[in-house]
Structure formats: structure tokens, C-alpha cells
Ligand binder design. Structure first.
Ligand SMILES: Nc1ncnc2c1ncn2[C@@H]1O[C@H](COP(=O)(O)OP(=O)(O)OP(=O)(O)O)[C@@H](O)[C@H]1O
Ligand SMILES: [Mg+2]
Length: 381
């Protein structure tokens, strides 16, 4: 691997990387801005020294802008959760903490190398309704919008309803192309082509919308799977709005991290959620399937306990019933997580943050140490 070290005050980082077998080039902090602007020679990774700094340096933002796919490893003085969250939002992928050790540097570089060779960089979340009209698109659109606040420009919402899906309406977007163009042209899939198919909302979310023509020929699982994998390789977060009735789509979700089944408190939807969850657990593994409840009414005859029994799982997220707020958001094309704070938007934000591994206060989740572990290879004490 070749690394470009940006802004290092001493030779320690260079020595550590060299002893990991990595060839290095160094750029001083003083001319980093102009050198990045002018275009750096290509590198496999960037290592940005921000020891002693308490704010994210401008160099991180401009590295991410000019080299969107190259992993950036930060070197920091301490694990400050707020700084780490900011860094993650700015697109850094790993973090080395002082005191710097050979073992931790090696481990981080191994993770980066594995990451580069797998080609997968992002997390994909699929939303599937237990029945029609339960609120699946509402949940998918709002979770995607919230994730785009964490990773603007690196979050995708893909409407896998091959025809007549609703996500564009929810976002007030007018896409010219659709997911069908991606599926029909998998041989042409590259960054430039994909970018020409999506529309970016002003909130930094890319939408690959549904088509407004219906499909005459059956679609191929392999093609769906290629498009989903492409998204996983090019976006930090991808959210899929998945139709229940398209077997090729349900079979093409191998790259998905979590499939979220949206149910409500109607008997038919609860039964259906139980059946769909069982099938998907068998296909994709138990840990990758979750059930949530939309339009939740605490006084409804079928309570949260009943749903839990029917789907054999603890329900961790419910979204209160609030038809007026949900409808206003849809009719104005402005996802409700962007509007006034209310219980429904708070519950949708909570799901997005849970999926991204961030707590309610916006800090990385310390309980499982998920993010710290991913970032530093160390468990948080
Ligand atoms: N939490 C909620 N409380 C009340 N109404 C809601 C809630 N979430 C969504 N709705 C309303 O329910 C209707 C259907 O929502 P949505 O389109 O998200 O459902 P869906 O499951 O995706 O439907 P479809 O099966 O047609 O794709 C919309 O009018 C929406 O405003
Ligand atoms: Mg829908």
C-alpha cells in the first residue's frame, strides 16, 4: 500500500507505517490546503495527523471532497466522542490514538486493506412492509434523510419498486432516470453512470427512484444484487425501499446488513410480519432481520407484547400514529425528520441513529463499543 501522510509534526507516523511495509509520502500541514486543491498523486490511503487538535481540520473535508473513495486514517491524541462523531461525519474511516503502537497501527492498516480488497465500504438497510400501506416508505425516506445528515453526499435511498414507487414524491424530487435504468444496464455501472441516474436532494441525499413505466419482462436476481452491491461500495449508507411482491428483489439482498420489516397493529399485518420474518431469517440469518411497528397506538387491542410474540422478537422501535404530520410531510415533499420536533420524527431519528450506531445525544454508542471498536480496534473501557 502507498500512504500519503498529511500534516505530521514528527516522523513517528512515517516510521510506524514504514515498518508495516507501507511506502509513504509526507505533506506538511502548512501547504496541505493548496496541495490538496492542486490534486495529490493517487494513494491507497491518507493518514491525517490531528494530534493536539480539538476540531476537525479543513484538510479532512477537502481530502474527502477531492478523493471520495480513498480511506482516511486519523491520528488523534485521545478518543473524544464528539470529535470522533464529527470526523465520521466528515468521512474518516479509521482512527489511531496516542500512544501510537506498532500493533495498533498494523491492525488498523490490515482493516483498511481488507476494506479496500472487499470493495464494500457502506452499510445497506432494507425496509419491507408486512402489508401494503403500513408506512414503510415513510420510515425508509425518513431514516435515509437522517442518515444523510450524518453522511451528506454519501447516503443513497434506492426505490426498489420497479415501477410506481413513491419515494420521489416523499422527497419532492423529479428524477429523470430510475432504478430500472441501473438494473437494465449493469454492464455500464460505474460511478459516473450511477451519478447520472440519481438525483441529489438539497439535504444531501441521493435518490435512485422508481420507474414510472411498468416492466414487461421478469427481472433477474443477479442484476438486482449487482446494483445493491454497487451502492454498498459507493455510499456509506444505502437505504432500500423494498416491495414485498417482487421475488427477484427479495432474493437480491445479500449485501444488506439489516432488513427491517415494518408492521402495524392490524392482525393481518402482524401475521404477515411473523411469516416474512421467519422466511427472511432463514434466507439471510437471524441477526439481519428486525421488525418495527408503524402507526403505533398504545391503546390498540393488539399491543406491543402481542406483536413481539407473533414475530418472535423484541420490538425495539415503534413510530407513533400521527396521520396529519405524516401526510403533511408527504404532501410537501419534505421528510418529517427535517421539520419540527415531534414524537413521530424523534422515533424515526432514533431508528436511524440506532442503525448507524450513534446514541440519542449524537455520540458513538459506547455500550457495545461498536464504533470505537470499528475505529480503533480497541474496546472502550
Ligand atoms: N406513523 C404514521 N402515523 C399515521 N399515518 C402514517 C404514519 N406513517 C405513514 N402514515 C401514512 O400512511 C399512508 C401510507 O404511508 P406509506 O406510503 O409510507 O406506506 P407504505 O407501507 O409504503 O405503502 P405502500 O404499500 O403503498 O408502499 C400515508 O398516507 C402516510 O402519510
Ligand atoms: Mg411504500
Amino acid at each position: 500500500m502507498r500512504a500519503t501522510i498529511v500534516g505530521a509534526a514528527d516522523k513517528r507516523i512515517q516510521e510506524l507505517l514504514t515498518s508495516c511495509g507501507i511506502s509513504t509520502t509526507a505533506i506538511a500541514a502548512a501547504d496541505s490546503a493548496s496541495r490538496i486543491q492542486a490534486g495529490l498523486p493517487s494513494a491507497d490511503i491518507f493518514v491525517l495527523d490531528m494530534r493536539g487538535q480539538t476540531r476537525i481540520p479543513a484538510a479532512l473535508v477537502s481530502l474527502r471532497q477531492h478523493h471520495p473513495r480513498t480511506p482516511i486514517v486519523l491520528v488523534v491524541s485521545s478518543l473524544d466522542p464528539v470529535l470522533i462523531l464529527e470526523a465520521m461525519r466528515a468521512g474518516a474511516s479509521e482512527c489511531l490514538v496516542e500512544p501510537l503502537s506498532q500493533a495498533e497501527t498494523q491492525a488498523a492498516m490490515t482493516r483498511v486493506a481488507a476494506h479496500l480488497s472487499s470493495g464494500v465500504s457502506g452499510q445497506v438497510f432494507a425496509f419491507l412492509g408486512a402489508k401494503g400501506g403500513v408506512g414503510t416508505t415513510t420510515v425508509a425516506v425518513n431514516v435515509a434523510t437522517e442518515l444523510a445528515r450524518i453522511a451528506p453526499g454519501s447516503t443513497l435511498l434506492m426505490d426498489l419498486h420497479l415501477a410506481y414507487g413513491d419515494t420521489a414524491v416523499f422527497l419532492g424530487a423529479e428524477p429523470r432516470f430510475s432504478v430500472m435504468d441501473a438494473i437494465e444496464n449493469t454492464d455500464k455501472l460505474d460511478k459516473a453512470f450511477f451519478r447520472s441516474l440519481v438525483v441529489r436532494t438539497k439535504d444531501g441525499l441521493d435518490l435512485l427512484a422508481s420507474s414510472d413505466r411498468s416492466m414487461m419482462v421478469p427481472i433477474d436476481v443477479e442484476r438486482v444484487s449487482q446494483v445493491v452491491s454497487f451502492a454498498a461500495q459507493h455510499y456509506l449508507y444505502s437505504v432500500l425501499d423494498v416491495p414485498r411482491s417482487e421475488p427477484a428483489v427479495l432474493e437480491g439482498l445479500e449485501a444488506v446488513k439489516t432488513i427491517i420489516i415494518v408492521a402495524n397493529q392490524e392482525l393481518a399485518s402482524v401475521r404477515s410480519a411473523g411469516r416474512i420474518a421467519a422466511t427472511l431469517r432463514q434466507r439471510y440469518g437471524k441477526d439481519r432481520v428486525r421488525v418495527v411497528v408503524s402507526r403505533y397506538d398504545p391503546k390498540a387491542e393488539i399491543g406491543q407484547d402481542d406483536v413481539q410474540r407473533a414475530v418472535s422478537e423484541t420490538i425495539r422501535h415503534v413510530f407513533p400514529s400521527d396521520y396529519r404530520t405524516a401526510l403533511d410531510a408527504m404532501n410537501t415533499g419534505r421528510p418529517l425528520v427535517l421539520g419540527n420536533h415531534n414524537r413521530l420524527s424523534a422515533s424515526l431519528v432514533a431508528l436511524a441513529r440506532d442503525l448507524a450506531g450513534i446514541d440519542e445525544a449524537g455520540r458513538p454508542v459506547p455500550a457495545s463499543g461498536r464504533m470505537f471498536e470499528r475505529w480503533t480496534g480497541r474496546r472502550k473501557s
